[in-house]
Design a protein around this ligand. Structure first.
Ligand code: ADP
Length: 345
């Protein structure tokens, strides 16, 4: 095959491909390889072209044994390193190298490891407390009725916290599982929001917070999953109560349907607003990350798991909606959920 024909052939391939000739020089590269290596290295010896010991060793071995092999290659072409798995395969007197981008897999692996570490940490704290109290109750505080009652109360609090965490983890995994399944039920937002507010009445009363619902629209029926939307607004109104001002107000407003440019269609917005402490601007973009909290101590104190807004975000994604968090420190927080009024196609 002529050099020109080889170049045309590998240029048609979407994956990065590099060909090493029988003289150990780069015989041809396609555009994706030139992008990774910085420039076209045709004619260079593979050692000077590739420069990374693992890849050079894999090529030498493939050449010697006439067998295929793999090696890791770090691309330093962009603002951050890209990890490639290079497959070296003998093809007659040539060697064909293909580069597979492993960054997404590596990032997913890292996220999984971080998640497991976070969950373990979150569970370990209440477990350590429980074990400590069990030991104290079995020893020093065995005959102290007053201490026993106090410790049992704390133990119940810690056990409840673990239960909430496990419940939220299960919700999150369920929500993630059906994120691609479009919800088809017709949901009446007023009735969902009324149930949310009714369910949170005891908590609002304890905090001295007044929760009100206003419907400014006419038609508030949308395609959705009523159970999941109940969860979204429970989390949002509950946050309004938890992080709101003591004796303050949480208002839930259903706005009339309106064209939403980014959703490319009409949407109904539900706005949950509180007059609490607010959130500093630099935290806002990260609030929907799992276990991200503005104030760890405060969140734990009010029974937070750090997963509420992550669950909210996933459910809204499933509904092809959008979430907008606006806040002013010292004045309050306003969270808007935009939900499309027609079934997503
Ligand atoms: P948590 O279980 O900790 O409440 P969320 O995911 O629901 O977790 O919220 C993440 C963090 O965002 C909270 O820990 C809190 O710091 C902050 N936050 C959420 N809602 C509000 C709000 N209405 N006002 C102030 N801070 C809030």
């Amino acid at each position: 095959m002529t050099e020109g024909r080889i170049a045309t052939l590998i240029d048609a391939l979407p994956v990065p491909v590099l060909l090493i000739g029988p003289d150990d020089r780069v015989r041809a590269v396609n555009a994706p390889v030139s992008a990774i290596l910085g420039h076209d290295l045709t004619g260079n010896h593979y050692i000077t072209a590739l420069r990374q010991p693992a890849v050079i060793a894999a090529i030498a071995k493939a050449r010697r044994d006439q067998t295929g092999g793999t090696a890791r290659f770090t691309g330093r072409d962009g603002p951050r390193d890209t990890l490639y798995r290079v497959v070296v395969a003998p093809a007659g007197d040539d060697l064909v190298l293909t580069f597979e981008d492993q960054t997404a897999a590596e990032t997913a692996g890292q996220m999984r490891r971080d998640f497991v570490a976070n969950v373990s940490h979150e569970l370990r704290t209440p477990l350590t407390a429980l074990l400590g109290f069990i030991e104290t109750l079995g020893g020093a505080a065995r005959d102290d009725a007053q201490a026993r009652d106090r410790f049992l109360e704390i133990m119940a609090h810690e056990a409840n916290r673990m239960t909430r965490l496990v419940d939220d983890l299960l919700s999150l995994s369920r929500v993630e599982e059906d994120e691609r399944v479009r919800p088809r039920e017709r949901v009446d937002l007023t009735s969902v929001l009324s149930s949310v507010i009714k369910g949170l009445e005891p908590q609002a009363q304890d905090a001295g917070v007044t929760v009100t619902l206003q419907n400014e629209g006419m038609d508030d029926t949308i395609p959705g999953d009523s159970g999941q939307l109940l969860q979204v607004f429970t989390n949002l109104v509950e946050n309004g109560i938890k992080y709101g001002r003591e004796g303050g107000k949480v208002t839930v407003t259903i706005l009339p349907r309106q064209m939403h440019r980014r959703l490319r269609g009409e949407a109904i917005a539900v706005v949950v607003a509180d007059d609490g402490e607010g959130i500093a601007a630099h935290h806002i973009a990260r609030l929907t990350e799992r276990f991200y909290r503005v104030d760890n101590h405060r969140s734990r104190q009010v029974g937070g798991t750090g997963l509420g807004l992550a669950i909210v975000k996933h459910i809204i994604n499933r509904h092809r909606g959008r979430l907008l968090i606006e806040s002013t420190v010292g004045e309050g927080t306003k969270i808007s959920v935009f939900l499309p009024v027609s079934a997503p196609s």
